[in-house]
Design a protein around this ligand. Sequence first.
Ligand code: PEP
Length: 246
Amino acid sequence: MTNKYTYFVANWKMFGDLRTLNSLDKVIKFSKTNKKNKFRIIYCPPSTLIRPLSKRLKKTKIEVGAQNCHHSYDFGANTGQVNSRMLKSVGAKYVILGHSENRQLGEDDKLINLKIKSALKAGLKIIFCIGETLREKRNKKTNQVLAKQIKNGLSSINNKSNIVIAYEPVWSIGSGLIPKSEDLKKSISFIKSKFGKKSLKILYGGSVNGNNVDKLKIITGIDGFLVGGASQDSKKFIDIIKKTIN
Ligand code: PEP
């Protein structure tokens, strides 16, 4: 861990209802008793929980983010969609964009670029997900894929200070598999080289848990984790944080 703060982003995906929020009391207590620690916890629940969660977290240092947004900054006739301004207005500070589960549904780099621009305009910070599929990895295309996702996803965005990169190999998400340390090191340093800026924050995401985090946290250049499955269980999430910061 190299940067000032270590980030722990919880991606709840399409899980959770109002009752689920009670389970966060443990995490709130944990974050309050660890005031001096330099870590940041960001919960990204489904959009329906952003408002109640931000209310609940008001007196804590835990922040709230969204999992996606529509690309239009303006309100409009887009049934079922939610835009960046709406998310901001209910308490979101961050938004995850480019997640592979949404790329698989057809989001391409161009659309993701529009979403990033709209979210930045609304004053949200971006957790920008990139990563290769298993086939791309096997074909030794990882760097090529990462370079393309970065170039197109961040096209004509000059100020990247509100963008955090989440490197999430697609084959690692929800599979229990993580990259070999050597491969991960190479990918992280490749991503860094594309920015040439020391303050860029890079998170790793993909099957992070209490058993593998010791291996992951020592990789140079990783500033935190984007955690899916394990973040839905407060005990498991706290375990990941404790093992990382201790
Ligand atoms: C994710 O969905 O961003 C993720 C990292 O999921 P998991 O931790 O379950 O692999």
